[in-house]
Ligand binder design. Structure first.
Ligand code: GLU
Length: 310
């Protein structure tokens, strides 16, 4: 018997729930609950421009309406600056952090290699002198802050994607830990929160797979535990059952209009993803009866190919 896992639903309050995060939050919930575990709800409202309180409320209502539950939280990242700041100081001490003045346009022009969806930072600002930094600041240029990464290969096993590995310096590069607007970066916040909130199971979309080596590197440097990871394929196709583009992008409201009830929406997503045989209404509780975490790898293995999969 697996020991109880603590999973999480960690939406950014920038919109309503949609097919992609309904799928991820359903599987996160099933994974935790099938081990007798619990769920944490965390609102990732780090980005002051994009996060809206009304979306936090709507997301929580959407999540509950689907029959999904949480046992701890909601925790709000916007209230956690002190914890992130402590970690930032520790990282500065352990690895070194430096100001980076590059703009998005600079990075796009740099002949940096891509690794999957990720730009590899070419190290443009990594060796600026104190005078060079002062001159840029005096010219009114704003800096983000990057942590120096070592020449180290991060290897981990993802319960959906299998063995993954990434060379930090060549395939990622020094990465942003504090943004130009002063907000701590997602990579740092998520690592501190997962540890402080006791999260042991991270289930999310494969679009975040390339962030995982960065997060594991931060966990190791800060001596925090590494949760189990499961990166779900994007909702594209499964066993020939194709989700239409409208399905993929659909908000919960649109899906409710199409499938009638929350149970209709859960049932459709569960069917498309191979969690049930029929396209019929169901609830998370019903699906839990037949769900085992070990079926995850069998269901999804090989659907999405990731350039850096081992
Ligand atoms: N807040 C992110 C999102 O809504 C999820 C981050 C994560 O699962 O690590 O896409």
């Amino acid at each position: 018997m697996t020991s109880p896992l603590t999973g999480r639903f960690a939406p950014s309050p920038t919109g309503r729930m949609h097919a992609g995060n309904i799928f991820a939050s359903l599987v996160a919930w099933l994974t935790a609950k099938s081990t007798g575990g619990s769920m944490v709800l965390r609102i990732e409202d780090l980005d002051p421009d994009r996060s809206k309180p009304e979306f936090s409320d709507a997301l929580m209502k959407d999540y509950e309406a689907l029959g999904l539950t949480w046992d701890a939280g909601p925790f709000f990242q916007s209230t956690r600056a002190e914890a992130y700041h402590d970690a930032y100081e520790q990282l500065a001490e352990a690895c070194g952090i430096y100001p980076c003045f590059c703009t998005r346009a600079d990075l796009a022009c740099a002949s940096a290699p891509h690794w999957g969806d990720k730009h590899v930072y070419p190290g443009t600002c990594s060796h600026l002198s104190t005078d060079e930094v002062a001159a840029r600041k005096a010219a009114g240029r704003e800096a983000s802050f990057r942590v120096r990464v070592p020449q180290e290969r991060i290897i981990f096993s993802d319960s959906v994607q299998g063995a993954c590995s990434q060379m930090l310096d060549e395939e990622c590069g020094d990465f942003i830990i504090r943004r130009k607007d002063g907000a701590f970066a997602y990579q740092l916040a998520v690592v501190i929160d997962d540890a402080d909130q006791g999260v042991t199971s991270v289930v999310r979309g494969v679009d975040l797979l390339s962030s995982t080596p960065q997060q594991i590197f931060l966990q190791r440097t800060l001596r925090l535990p590494t949760p189990a990871y499961a990166h779900l394929p994007l909702l594209v196709a499964q066993s020939g059952r194709r989700l239409s583009k409208r399905d993929r992008d659909a908000s919960l409201d649109e899906m409710l209009a199409r499938y009638g009830t929350p149970a209709g929406v859960i049932g459709h997503i569960a069917y498309v993803c191979g969690l049930q045989e029929e396209d019929a209404p169901t609830t998370p509780e019903e699906l839990l009866k037949g769900f085992k975490p070990s079926t995850l790898s069998a269901l999804y293995q090989g659907i999405i190919s990731i350039p850096w999969r081992a």
